[in-house]
Design a binder for this molecule. Structure first.
Ligand code: ASP
Length: 247
């Protein structure tokens, strides 16, 4: 069994969702999928997570948070509509809206992963697992034992799971956010808890390029790279970080 994690730009819009589905369906061992919140795309220059952080600031300042909330909702609804998914995501958006004036930072900022995960679960036809039920924290420490037990129970019933990254909860269900980029950590923890054969961390560039494609036009793909060479590049740093499809 493989755990496959997809970052924000890999789930930024309906077209990216389609690519994820192709990847998942091309290998039946990819049974557990972890997603970040919808990230940047050509049409949307701001990640949903950053929109939610802005929304929280606007709420505190008493400024125009409605516009920001509508923008997040529109992004999510557009993905749902473009993919013609039968998901009542309006109901989830309504709950979030109702909680806006009385929710924690961790709850609000984690909603990007929650909503994106809901859509991806419906699209892949995988069981949606809310990380608040399986990624358990005791204070700031991750509780491996409690998490492992809860996850095992769910996995025994259904072995095709979609788990959003970036958050979990304490035993009382209060959302606990991980550091920025935390979906990578969620994916690796889930792979370890489920004793996966492989943890795949996917992003949206087809291979490792010789230069950052955002800076250099037509940068060439490196055909062969050993793990040692890749490790050295990541330790030493490379001008304009290259990205791989799966590392
Ligand atoms: N969405 C969160 C972030 O932008 C977590 C993640 O992408 O892993 O940092």
């Amino acid at each position: 069994m493989k755990v496959a994690k997809f970052g924000g730009s890999s789930v930024a819009d309906a077209n990216q969702f389609r690519k994820v589905k192709n990847i998942i369906e091309s290998d039946p061992q990819r049974q557990v999928v972890v997603v970040s919140a919808a990230g940047k795309s050509e049409a949307e220059p701001v990640k949903v997570t950053d929109m939610l952080i802005k929304l929280e600031k606007a709420l505190k300042a008493g400024t125009d948070f409605q516009r920001l909330f509508d923008h997040v909702s529109d992004r999510i609804l557009k993905i749902r509509n473009d993919l013609k998914l039968d998901v009542n995501i309006e109901a989830d958006l309504a709950v979030i809206k109702a909680n806006l004036n009385n929710c924690s930072h961790d709850y609000l900022v984690s909603r990007g992963e929650f909503l994106t995960g809901k859509l991806m679960a419906a699209y892949l036809n995988f069981k949606f697992v809310d990380p608040k039920d399986v990624m358990i924290f005791k204070g700031d420490e991750f509780d491996y034992q409690a998490s492992s037990q809860r996850l095992a129970r769910i996995y025994a019933e259904n072995d095709h799971l979609l788990v959003p990254g970036f958050y979990g909860a304490d035993v009382s269900g209060n959302i606990h956010l991980m550091p920025r980029g935390g979906s990578d950590i969620s994916g690796s923890i889930l792979a370890s808890l489920l004793d996966a054969d492989l943890y795949e961390n996917w992003t949206d560039v087809s291979g490792i390029l010789m230069a950052d494609p955002r800076i250099v036009d037509h940068s060439k793909k490196i055909d062969v790279l050993t793990y040692d060479e890749l490790q050295e590049l990541s330790y030493m740093g490379v001008p304009g970080r290259s990205r791989s499809t799966c590392s």
